[in-house]
Design a protein around this ligand. Structure first.
Ligand SMILES: Cc1cc2nc3c(=O)[nH]c(=O)nc-3n(C[C@H](O)[C@H](O)[C@H](O)COP(=O)(O)O)c2cc1C
Length: 432
């Protein structure tokens, strides 16, 4: 090769000009973002994001259930491709939402406001946790045009409930996401082993972890203390200082609907859409539809609550069959690829939702990190649809089950007269 040929081949990248560019060069998947978040956060804080209840069987199954489905692409033209769709009567740029996560400012001081701005820029809704570390009003102010939903921890105390609903409505939240899987707090043993509390209490281990993660420690120390300000007005004891404290207080105050009557009551009180979050039982899905609930988020809380709870994807086909289009269906738990979203939509979901993936982005690089996660998922969805041979979300949902096959369903032999290989092998063994 001549020197000029070598020179033509040489490609030296200059330094990245922005955080987004740096992320694009370094992180090609949610897994890459997960690894980056693991570097940025103290181990006990990262484990708080990662962990699940007890033996983490629900958590593992959420991830593996997507591998049970394979694609059956169809050949044909793909034109005017778009991920645009609708949810609860409004437009979404892609069939994805951001799920509520309590304690978000623990992972990056920009917390919920950064997540809200990234969701707004991506054109998708964000469900703010009742247990958020930023007030619902501040999140509204940070991203005024955002389609925002409020993740209500419902209470049986109707006076208190009405006060929260009024506040949520005044702050411009269009829908309620009502938790129905938090009667008790999941037993997350990683947190107990790590001595983790939210906010972190200062112990020798915390000091060492902070020293090893100075960027996180500085952000944590230089900003407002972690608190749960949406609850300040509601809990007479005043601001709560730790997650166990908060749960004890919430549960003692019967902060969960005791039965379906509370849901019926909520339906009568709230004029906007209601999403029930955290059910996997088809019977409950049917009850919700009968009660005029607008949508359900089929979810096992990311495997953080009841262990060995069914994976949302495993129960989705039955829920879709039994509810027969009477309400919208969002699925969360284990979505780590755009292709996971496409599988869930092919099985009848209207959208998917993510928790941990956007927290990895936030921990890695604030709003730019969340945006990078959403860009990755959007690009993966687009590519998957292109390779599957579908142009639009409507077409994907229409073709639905013809595009995916569960591993338990036998693939029809390509040639019906073909002798199965195993039989041939036996015949050979029997031939003297
Ligand atoms: C750190 C963390 C905090 C969470 N906090 C809440 C919460 O306050 N309310 C809620 O309904 N779900 C909460 N979730 C569950 C998510 O909303 C969502 O159901 C779950 O994360 C989806 O699974 P994925 O993380 O595999 O995407 C939390 C999840 C995580 C990881």
């Amino acid at each position: 090769m001549k020197f000029t040929d070598i020179k033509a081949l040489a490609s030296v990248q200059g330094p990245a000009r922005s955080v987004s560019e740096r992320l694009s060069r370094r992180c090609y998947s949610i897994e890459d973002m997960r690894k980056l978040a693991a570097k940025r956060l103290p181990g006990s804080v990262f484990d708080y994001i990662e962990g699940g209840g007890e033996d983490e069987a629900s958590l593992r199954r959420n991830l593996s259930s997507f591998d049970d489905w394979s694609f059956l692409p169809k050949w044909g033209s793909v034109e005017h491709q778009t991920l645009g769709s609708t949810l609860l009567g409004g437009p979404v740029a892609m069939p994805l939402t951001l799920s509520p996560t309590g304690g978000t400012r623990l992972f990056h001081p920009d917390g919920e406001s950064a997540v809200a701005r990234a969701a707004l820029a991506a054109g998708i809704p964000y469900g703010l946790a009742h247990l958020s570390t930023t007030t619902m009003e501040a999140v509204s102010a940070a991203a005024p045009g955002l389609r925002r939903w409020f993740n209500l921890e419902p209470t049986a105390d109707k006076g208190l409930l009405q006060a929260v609903l009024d506040r949520v409505s005044n702050a411009g939240y269009e829908a309620l996401m009502v938790n129905v899987d938090c009667r008790a707090i999941g037993h997350r043993e990683r947190d107990y082993r790590n001595g983790f509390t939210a906010p972190p209490s200062i112990k020798p281990k915390t000091v060492i972890e902070g020293a090893l993660h100075p960027r996180w420690a500085l952000g944590f120390l230089a900003n407002d203390a972690i608190a749960f300000p949406n609850l300040d007005a509601e809990i007479p004891e005043g601001p709560l200082s730790s997650t166990p404290d908060m749960w004890r207080t919430l549960l003692a105050g019967s902060y969960e609907p005791t039965d379906w009557d509370d849901i019926r009551d909520l339906r009568a009180r709230w004029n906007g859409p209601i999403i029930l979050k955290g059910l996997v039982n088809p019977r409950d899905a049917v009850l919700a539809a009968e009660m005029g609930i607008d949508a359900i988020q089929v979810s096992n809380h990311g495997g953080r609550q009841l262990d060995h709870m069914a994976s949302p994807l495993d129960v989705l086909p039955e829920i879709v069959d039994k509810t027969a289009g009477r309400m919208e269906i969002i699925v969360d738990g284990g979505v780590r690829r755009g292709s996971d979203v496409i599988k869930a939509l092919a099985l009848g979901a209207d959208a998917c939702s993510i928790g941990r993936p956007y927290l990895y982005g936030l921990a890695a690089a604030s709003q730019a990190g969340v945006t990078h996660v959403l860009d990755l998922l959007s690009a993966e969805m687009t590519r998957t649809m292109m390779l599957l041979g579908v142009s639009t979300i409507a077409e994907l949902r229409e073709e639905g089950r013809d595009l995916v096959r569960h591993r338990s369903e036998a693939f029809t032999p390509t040639h019906p007269t073909e002798t199965p290989l195993a039989e041939l092998a036996f015949a050979e063994m029997r031939t003297p």
